[in-house]
Ligand binder design. Structure first.
Ligand code: 6R9
Length: 650
């Protein structure tokens, strides 16, 4: 029997001391909608400007008059905001605690002064290698201090970084390099994860053999594991050899508020991943302010976000938000389950972490190991817990709250996206009652609405598609190189609104519950994967004629990947071929896209006009074959019977 109440009222002790109380939230939220200029103008003052902005909000979602510009006439530098301005008061404060993969390797504490010096050296090195303002730099690094240094070095000289997650394979790197025409790649000999090496440099070498990657002139290689790698002179240079001799001062580039800060590729429902482009001022204001408010940040907090720098959570809530706020952020190279499943909790004790921000998939995986590994540690330093990346099921929420946080620490369930730049819907821990599974209320300036498929706005208690009706500063500005795709993807479905791609319910109290993607994006362990990407990887194998991919509920990953594959005529299915196809997808995209199940499909259910009926394939994958619905519009209904019969039992 579960006796935990479904509503956890704001802890009065927490509220007494909180940055934002319930009453303040209500007043500030109303003000942020009534007078966005005044509100965001005031919040913008938290940054150091080279030229302060006079125009704060210049935005319209109207398709005939579309524009998104924030602080448009201001000038600033993001790296200077994350480093230089802290030097006077926080020069000796730890900016980054680096905890390596192996618990036997020493942790590092890097002060703001040292991070500033290392960033300036890297920035000077990039300039010396010919990188100029506006040039693109691809970063393919493990979770090591050089990843932060490299991002900030780009920002310092106005180069646009594109971080590619270290789990992506060569062709995914190549696609991302080709799309934005990177001039330089920063990588490492190897990453270390769970005691094993990840061959990053070798993956880059393979990527640069693929077409479209000729823009790359230089590959900087961080010596990390010490593994032997191929160095192709003059293209490849050791990072330390180029960087360590540089001066420790570097004039930051003067950037317009709307100059690009970074590109980050993310999966959508169609086609290849999109280069989500964020600009400088609005993004930085938004991620810094949300970081301070949602995590109720204090000067002496030790803040740990377990995301990888290859995802937006790493960008906004390991690098830019925390460092703009002068916080101490922990960078962890390893994995939750190695050497054993107490690793997270041991790291929390070792570094006296006060704020811990992780993903439901990690919580569920660790929950399966039982309470013992958690209880073998103290976790007494913790005061706040956060969740991000996918809906958190109430059972995992409760375990996180009760066992990990000892029922002392509020849990902030933060809903947001690569596209939104920062947290959009989340409890503020001193202001909102918590409900396991609900992201509760919109952040300042965020106006969510629920619409039905016809675009009608739903009022009160309702379930529908989640849109945002007006701009916020952290919003993406374009899809790199394809502005039309930006408009078409996000603003055409419900004209006048930003469409998130998520479904959502609003309860009688006005709290929001995200129900998950309503498009063809699968959320596997908090990673977005487009069904179209996995399908095109499968059909690129010579023996595959056709493939359809859907998500299905998975106990630990949230969603798993279920693939239906039709072979070309004359090819015989076999377990060996199944393994080969799974390996092929891993090699094409990366391990995160590994299909959990691959079913041979003599045919796929299609409408008479040839459209694959994914709804039916989803039901079969979910084992909800009693809910297949109307199959009468299918060109050949017997296809479904055979798929149901041959279903792969998970
Ligand atoms: C930050 C990040 C975005 C998608 C988003 C939604 C899901 C993220 C969530 C959540 C329910 C939460 N998502 N946070 N769903 N509750 N607290 O994860 O960005 O990788 O772009 O993914 O993740 O489906 O649309 P991104």
């Amino acid at each position: 029997m579960n006796t935990t109440p479904t509503v956890h009222p704001v802890d009065p002790a927490f509220a007494a001391d909180a940055r934002i109380t319930r009453e303040q939230y209500q007043r500030l939220y109303a003000g942020s909608l009534e007078q966005p200029e005044a509100f965001w103008g005031r919040i913008g003052e938290r940054l150091d400007w080279m030229t302060p902005p006079t125009v704060i909000k210049d935005t319209s979602f109207d398709l005939h008059d579309f524009r998104i510009r924030w602080y448009a006439d201001g000038e600033l530098n993001a790296a200077a905001n994350c480093l230089d301005r802290h030097l006077a008061e926080r020069g000796d404060k730890t900016a980054i605690i680096f905890e390596p993969d192996s618990p036997d390797a020493p942790a590092q504490h890097i002060s703001y002064r040292e991070l500033h010096a290392r960033t300036c050296q890297a920035a000077n090195a990039l300039r010396a290698l010919g990188v100029r303002k506006g040039d693109r730099v691809t970063i393919y690094l493990p979770m090591i201090p050089e990843a932060v240094v490299s991002m900030l070095a780009c920002a310092r000289i106005g180069a646009v970084h594109s971080v590619v997650f270290g789990g992506f394979a060569a062709s995914s790197i190549a696609d991302r390099v080709a799309d934005c025409g990177s001039k330089l790649i920063i990588t490492a000999d190897e990453g270390r994860r769970g005691g094993r090496g990840v061959p990053l440099k070798a993956n880059v070498d393979a990527a640069l053999k693929l077409p479209g990657t000729n823009s790359v002139e230089t590959v900087l290689v961080v010596r990390h594991s010490g593994a032997a790698v191929d160095m192709q002179m003059p293209r490849d240079r050791w990072f330390d050899a180029v960087v360590d001799s540089q001066p420790v001062e570097c004039e930051p580039e003067r950037m317009n508020a709307e100059d690009p800060l970074f590109i980050l590729y993310t999966s959508g429902s169609t086609g290849k991943p999109k280069g989500v482009l964020h600009t400088t001022a609005g993004y930085l204001v938004y991620c810094a302010y949300t970081h301070e408010a949602v995590f109720d940040l204090r000067e002496d907090d030790v803040y740990w976000c377990t995301a990888d720098i290859g995802w937006v959570t790493g960008h906004s809530y390991i690098v830019y938000g925390p460092l703009a706020n002068g916080a101490t952020a922990l960078v962890f190279e390893g994995v939750p389950t190695w050497p054993d499943s107490a690793r997270f909790w041991q790291v929390i004790d070792k570094h006296a972490v006060t704020i811990f921000y992780t993903a439901p998939t990690a919580i569920r995986a660790l929950m399966r190991e039982g309470d013992e590994p958690v209880k073998s540690t103290s976790r007494g330093s913790l005061r706040l817990l956060g969740s991000v990346g996918e809906p958190i099921n109430p059972e995992a929420w409760r375990w996180y709250f009760e066992v990990v946080g000892g029922s002392r620490c509020p849990v902030v369930d933060t809903w947001w996206q690569t596209e939104t730049g920062g947290i959009m819907i989340s409890p503020l821990p001193g202001a909102m009652d918590l409900k396991p599974g609900s992201a509760t209320r919109p952040f300042f300036g965020v106006q969510p609405a629920l619409v039905d498929p016809a675009g009608r706005v739903l009022e009160g208690e309702a379930e529908g598609n989640l849109v945002i009706t007006d701009s916020w500063p952290g919003q993406m500005r374009t899809v790199y190189g394809d502005h039309q795709r930006f408009i078409d993807t996000y603003f055409r479905t419900y004209p006048g609104n930003y469409f998130s791609g998520d479904g959502c319910r609003r309860d009688a109290d006005g709290d929001y519950w995200i129900t998950g993607r309503v498009d063809d994006v699968i959320n596997v362990s908090g990673h977005r994967i487009g069904t179209a990407e996995v399908e095109s990887a499968l059909v690129s194998h010579p023996k595959v004629a056709e493939a359809a991919v859907v998500g299905f509920p998975h106990d630990v990953k949230g969603q798993g990947i279920y693939a239906y594959v039709t072979l070309v005529a004359g090819e015989a299915s076999s377990d060996g071929l199944r393994d080969e196809l799974v390996r092929h997808v891993r090699a094409q995209i990366g391990p995160i896209a590994t299909p959990d199940h691959l079913q041979w499909a003599p045919g796929l259910p299609k409408t008479r006009s040839g459209k694959i009926m994914r709804r039916i394939l989803r039901k079969i994958a979910e084992n909800a074959t009693d809910q297949l619905g109307d199959t009468s519009t299918l060109a050949d209904p017997s296809v479904v019977e055979s798929l149901v019969r041959d279903r792969r039992v998970p």
